[in-house]
Design a protein around this ligand. Structure first.
Ligand SMILES: Nc1nc2c(ncn2[C@@H]2O[C@H](COP(=O)(O)OP(=O)(O)OP(=O)(O)O)[C@@H](O)[C@H]2O)c(=O)[nH]1
Ligand SMILES: [Mg+2]
Length: 427
């Protein structure tokens, strides 16, 4: 059974710290050598797949995740501290999409898988790095590289953790409504439920999990009686079966017989299903007849080594201990096999050369991560930094490209947040 749990979040990596401009102070020397340290690296934005989570429920509360910025460089050649990474934990089976383009970025398919989604900005170099034999007192440093930001859509294709089985009218849909956000139809006649539905259960302080409600089963279902077993395939990949039994209208003999009927139908359908851990919930315990019958039924089930809980989907009594038990059992069981993600789509990458486009006569827009980063990291209030900037863009082949495109002296060149006139790249 496919079920899509979805959430939109915003993530960013940390900015790199700025490089420092500083000079050594020595006795009787007013200005010693340059000693500005490098800025620290910004923290990475990392995704980690864990099987401690089975839904995206927890992620719907914290929508913004940001790694720490690197600290600025310091005097005395001290580098700024690196920013801490931000690790976003997601359930195994989470698909990470870029919200804007809709592209699949990463498929978090293995437990423990870690992916750096956004790299932190590089720290700017301090002025100590720019000293050369002919230029001993550089007065400029590099600014830190800005972190990156993305809006993501997370999609979890999961299988239900718990499958509800039982006779028609046992109260399966009522139970699902009582414990989750799902709203399946409930009515006092058999075969009310005709299609499966799923709900996410979030017991307080415990891991959330997913429960599937399917149509009721009756004797002979494996031969097609009632709605047959066509819906059992939906719970074949669940991890625990919760067998609901209405104990309000039966005597001891019939209640165990009903239990056996369902178990036999499951076995007839598949060995795999029959091998799953089964928990029994004696339902409708709010009714007096149920309370009378329960102690004997409990003994019988326990004698067979079956875990049993008295509950009422109507009044919700007894539900908390059951959910707690299921949540803990699920934590110990292996992760189910997840659905295959669409492997054809390309994974995320940040490799594009710069692109120059003449938006209108004399106005050029330049895009590309390398060149935008260079602009962001240059301190344009500083002549030395500007000189370095000019050298670098020349080496990138950027000036040649503009020349080929026949940019004119007073044309405007827009890069990132800055606008230049073409001649400024030279004089
Ligand atoms: N008193 C009492 N009635 C309940 C309880 N749970 C369910 N019922 C009633 O039992 C009837 C059947 O409930 P459903 O939840 O539709 O049962 P179901 O197992 O989903 O039935 P199908 O979908 O037909 O297989 C409804 O009239 C419910 O109101 C309970 O805990 N106590
Ligand atoms: Mg139902």
């Amino acid at each position: 059974m496919k079920f899509v749990d979805e959430v939109t979040i915003e993530v960013s990596s940390g900015n790199g710290g700025n490089g420092a401009v500083a000079f050594r102070r020595e006795k009787f020397v007013p200005m010693g050598g340059p000693s500005g340290g490098d800025g620290g690296k910004g923290g990475d934005l990392v995704f980690e797949a864990t099987d401690d989570l089975t839904t995206l429920y927890d992620l719907s509360f914290v929508r913004v995740h940001k790694a720490e910025n690197g600290q600025n460089g310091q005097i005395k050649n001290m580098a700024g501290a690196n920013g801490k990474d931000c690790v976003v934990k997601v359930p195994v089976g989470t698909l990470v999409y870029d919200l804007e383009s809709g592209r699949l970025l990463v498929d978090m398919e293995h437990k423990g898988q870690r992916e750096i989604l956004l790299k932190g900005g590089r720290g700017g170099m301090g002025n100590a790095r720019f000293a050369t034999p002919t230029h001993r007192t550089p007065r400029s440093a590099e600014k830190g590289e800005p972190g990156k930001k993305l809006r993501l859509r997370l999609e979890l294709k999961l299988l239900a953790d718990v499958g509800l089985v039982g006779l028609p009218n046992a109260g399966k849909s009522t139970f699902l409504r009582a414990v989750s956000n799902a709203r399946p139809k409930v009515a006092d006649y058999p075969f009310t439920t005709l299609t499966p539905s799923l709900g996410i259960v979030k017991p307080e302080g415990l891991n959330s999990f997913c429960v599937a409600d399917i149509p009721g089963l009756i004797e002979g279902a494996h031969e097609g009686t009632g709605l047959g077993t066509q819906f059992l395939k939906h719970i074949e990949r669940t991890r625990i079966l919760l067998h609901l039994i209405d104990v309000s209208q039966l005597d001891m003999e019939n209640v165990t017989k009903n239990y056996d009927i369902i178990m036999e139908e499951l076995r007839q359908f598949s060995e795999k299903l029959a091998e799953k851990p089964v928990v029994v919930a004696a339902n409708k315990m709010d009714l007096p007849d149920s309370r009378e019958l329960f102690p004997d039924f409990q003994k019988e089930m326990e004698a067979r080594g079956v875990k049993i809980f008295p509950i009422s989907g109507a009044t919700k009594e007894g539900i908390d201990p059951l959910l707690k038990y299921l949540s803990q059992e699920l934590k110990e069981l292996k992760t189910p096999v997840m659905l295959e993600a669409n492997k054809d789509e390309k994974l995320y990458e940040f490799i594009e050369p710069f692109r120059i486009e003449e938006l209108e006569e004399g106005y050029w827009e330049v895009t590309g991560p390398d060149i935008e980063r260079l602009v962001a990291m240059t301190d344009f209030a500083n002549d030395e930094a500007i000189a370095r900037f000019r050298q670098k863009i020349k080496r990138m082949g950027f000036i040649d490209e503009l020349r080929t495109l026949e940019a004119a002296d007073n044309d405007t060149i827009s890069i990132g947040d800055m606008e230049f006139e073409y001649h400024e790249f030279f004089d």
